[in-house]
Design a protein around this ligand. Structure first.
Ligand SMILES: CC(=O)SCCNC(=O)CCNC(=O)[C@H](O)C(C)(C)COP(=O)(O)OP(=O)(O)OC[C@H]1O[C@@H](n2cnc3c(N)ncnc32)[C@H](O)[C@@H]1OP(=O)(O)O
Length: 208
């Protein structure tokens, strides 16, 4: 069995470590986190160094467990330059159609459904209970928060974050670097890299 290093031991890191543990694939699961050496333990797992120690473990499997899409991408690119093996984490309670593809470095959390012919990019977070319906195209470093529902043929652009409990109806295109606030409803395409929220969504006043 291989050894897994998770970058980031915050709340998202804890969830990802538990998903990794449930996969029963790694002999050890350990963290790198900048709280080291003050913190040496996260749940049952050891914190063994800071994020600047990545190159000491380059023969191990890696996963970046950082919620911020920009920071997650930064570490993903660093690991890619070091030719590290970046794995995906898929909780056994999720359902992923055999006609889907999932990029590396993506986490698929408890009770997620990814339906037929959908594509999920690299470095994404598909959080607890989210439904990605048929023929979706989810680009790299997207975060779909818990209980998001995407109808059929939705596309979501690179580094977009869709907030908890939000719904996007079928055949909608959500562009890159967009934030959709919690409990929102997207009925029309949105393309400007801004913050949107509400039912249906409007652009946040702060965005202007
Ligand atoms: C496992 C996990 O925890 S994953 C993470 C889950 N968390 C989320 O999904 C959170 C998503 N974030 C949000 O919804 C945030 O409110 C954001 C990003 C949309 C906006 O955050 P901020 O820029 O800090 O906005 P702020 O809190 O200052 O609110 C600004 C205004 O927008 C309103 N507003 C903010 N979010 C929403 C929303 N989702 N729906 C309706 N109105 C909203 C506020 O009430 C406020 O209105 P006011 O000016 O009339 O008082």
């Amino acid at each position: 069995m291989e050894e897994l290093i998770i970058i980031g031991s915050g709340g998202h890191g804890k969830v990802c470590a538990e998903i990794a543990e449930s996969m029963n694939k790694w002999k050890t699961i350990r963290f790198l986190d900048d709280s080291f050496p003050g913190a040496r333990k996260c749940l049952d797992f050891d914190i063994i160094g800071k994020t600047c120690d990545i190159d000491k473990y380059s023969s191990h499997d890696f996963f970046v467990a950082i919620g911020d899409n920009d920071i997650r991408e930064k570490f993903f690119e660093e690991l890619t330059l070091l030719k590290c093996n970046i794995v995906s984490l898929v909780h056994p309670t999720s359902y992923i159609s055999k006609y889907c593809s999932i990029g590396n470095g993506t986490s698929i959390h408890q009770n997620v459904v990814i339906n037929t012919d959908s594509t999920i990019g690299k470095g994404c977070i598909i959080n607890t209970g989210t439904i990605v319906e048929h023929e979706n195209v989810i680009s790299d470093f997207v975060h779909l928060s818990p209980n998001v529902s995407l109808g059929g043929r939705v596309s979501v652009g690179r580094k977009t974050w869709i907030g908890i409990g939000s719904t996007v109806i079928n055949d909608i295109q959500v562009g890159e670097k967009i934030i959709v606030g919690a409990m929102s409803l997207v009925l029309n395409n949105i393309s400007d890299a801004n913050v949107y929220y509400g039912v249906p969504v409007v652009r946040s006043k702060e965005s202007f």
